[in-house]
Ligand binder design. Sequence first.
Ligand code: GDP
Ligand code: IMO
Ligand code: MG
Length: 436
Amino acid sequence: MCLKGVEILDHTIVVVGTQWGDEGKGKITDYLALKADMVVRSQGGNNAGHTIRFNQQKFALHLIPSGIFNSGTKNVMANGMVINPRALMEEFEMLRSKGITSFQLYISDRAQVIMPYHLEMDELLESLKGEESIGTTKKGIGPAYSDKTNRIGIRIGDLLKPDRLKIALDNALAFVNPVMKTFGRTEIDSTEVFNEYIEYGKKLKPYITDTSLLIQDALDYHQKILFEGAQGTMLCIEHGTYPYVTSSSPTAASVPLSCGISPQSINEVVGVTKAYTTRVGEGAFPTEFENEISKKIREVGHEYGTTTQRPRRIGWLDTVILRHARRINGVTGLSIMLLDVLSGLEEIKICTSYELEGKIIHHVPGHYEDFLKCKPIYITYPGWKEDISNVHSFDELPKNCQNYLYAIEEFTGIKVTIISVGPDRDQTVTLKKYFE
Ligand code: GDP
Ligand code: IMO
Ligand code: MG
């Protein structure tokens, strides 16, 4: 720990997804967390699924930050999150069953609670949309954020105050139950939900605090803080492929607001990107393709959702969306993930721009209908045959693989600072020293 006033240039790092989620944020957060004093999840809920592997063990986290495996690191679930206490209890149990019992966890009293009716609403909205459904994770994320902005949400702090919880629940149900009735669903029993959730309050009490103050203390003491993104920039409610997005902003810009700290607090933004592209759920995806190569990538990369087990859609690397992510997030370094998965391919393509109605464009168009019509323009690179999953330096990579990375730097304008060649914590090559 450094004392206040000592200049450290990268003591706060945001780990942000640059694509449609599942880029490998969990792996990189866990890796960088080895040197972090604090790891903070700022938004989203258990729609996220972050996979971490070390010492032959595999973990899938949905709510709890990926720094939880270091007993010396404080882990914070900040105000911008939507937290399902039932899911959180399951996650505690999963950690306990794997012997992870000594950890530091703090939950914001301002974070929103995902209630059972949010899951029902999520499912209902999706079914009403039919062909136009988003393909959500059905974890109640959208309805929970809607209730937040409708000012009928329930906050984690309310679970500690029975009188307040009763009023807040009745306010919400005055709106929710007529909807349930209209669509032939069972109305929500206020007392039943109250009794269940007040018990969660008792269980979570030791963790609940004003995390904005806690993070500020860490900032004041120039502690090393890692902000773990969930989802990805293209799923951003503001800058993603609306309406095929999630209901929060997974960008670096949303971190200060979602944590209750100042915008000046962020030093570095690590943009996490796969060496290709994937997407789960519906929505336009210009570089998507389905053939023997995509099948191979899906199998070698185990491209099945961590949260919903759905097969992920596969596409080539799209540097148009990476430049979009660079601009929106101020990405200062790229972490290229799953590079090993491309080994053995004859050729690898990079999308550098789109063709939209006969014109070449270099940006993500604002209107979804236009994005849907974008055709990728590719440059093709020769692949490499060697297995790279055991390399420990850039120099050990095959020449064609190095050239592929140089091309990514050229088309994104961002330096590659981390290379991941396998799912394990140890299969990581760093080209820049973070937190040193
Ligand atoms: P997140 O949501 O961004 O944390 O990503 P997920 O955990 O949902 O998906 C990433 C998947 O890729 C997980 O199964 C990881 O174990 C795996 N993974 C991460 N990095 C690598 C890598 O470099 N190579 C391979 N083969 N798998 C990786
Ligand atoms: P991580 O943190 C990939 C997608 C869903 C759906 C859309 C809206 O693991 O990268 P939602 O349930 O949020 O209302 O669904 O967003 N989605 C994700 N896709 N990774 C995620 O998180 C995602 N979180 C949401 O599949 O298309
Ligand atoms: Mg994931």
